[in-house]
Ligand binder design. Structure first.
Ligand code: GRF
Length: 208
């Protein structure tokens, strides 16, 4: 019997470089999944164009067409459930998820954030790190809960901050690591190598 394919639902709002890196990892067969649906809350998101170019199913749902946040999020849930997605990946999705969405997919929503959480949650994480003056920042893949970037950490990559760095240069170097880390974390989850133990996640090593 053929092994069931692992289905990802990806939420985007913008550029979609993490989305592209996930598509590339799937093409290289390093990430054993298929993208069942990409959902955007922004009509003009470049991420949607990337889906069209690569034949990946995508949909723009306009928040203005719904009475409120819960109704909008329930529409997203409906689309994702209709495609039997196994895991939701936030990839530059710039809208906080409602508790209705989180309850529908509890423990199955993953985000990537451009700092070493719990430092510098929320917007402009790279600028926050520079303004604070830390010498290392990086990126974090984590489970999503009701808070802003507060869910259990799955994996992190460290990026040094150099004296000459500005926000653009630091963001560029962090993004390079994001593109490696996100697929690595997703593949570990797909292989069942990530176990949640309270606030911590524990990783079983890859079998050789
Ligand atoms: C990334 O820096 C990601 O960490 C953050 O939003 C940005 C999205 O970039 N959550 P992209 O749309 O994947 O290029």
């Amino acid at each position: 019997m053929e092994k069931k394919s692992y289905k990802l639902g990806i939420l985007v709002s913008g550029r979609g470089s993490n989305l592209s890196s996930i598509m590339d990892s799937i093409d290289r067969k390093e990430l054993h999944a298929e993208i069942a649906l990409v959902l955007s809350n922004k009509k003009e998101a470049p991420a949607l164009k990337k889906c069209q170019d690569r034949g990946v199913p995508s949909l723009f749902l306009d928040p203005k067409s719904y009475a409120g946040k819960s109704q909008y999020d329930l529409a997203l849930v409906k689309e994702l459930q209709a495609r039997s997605v196994d895991l939701i990946c936030l990839a530059g999705y710039m809208k906080l998820l409602s508790s209705e969405f989180i309850s529908a997919f509890r423990g199955k929503i993953i985000n990537i954030h451009p700092s070493l959480l719990p430092s510098f949650p929320g917007l402009n994480a790279q600028k926050q790190a520079l303004d604070y003056g830390v010498k290392f920042s990086g990126c974090t893949v984590h489970y999503v809960d009701e808070g802003v970037d507060t869910g259990p950490v799955i994996m992190q990559s460290v990026v040094p901050i150099y004296d000459a760095d500005n926000e653009e240069e630091l963001s560029r170097r962090i993004l390079e690591q994001e593109h490696i880390l996100y697929s690595k974390a997703l593949q570990a989850i797909i292989e069942g190598r990530i176990r949640l133990a309270g606030r911590r996640t524990v990783q079983k090593q890859e079998s050789l």
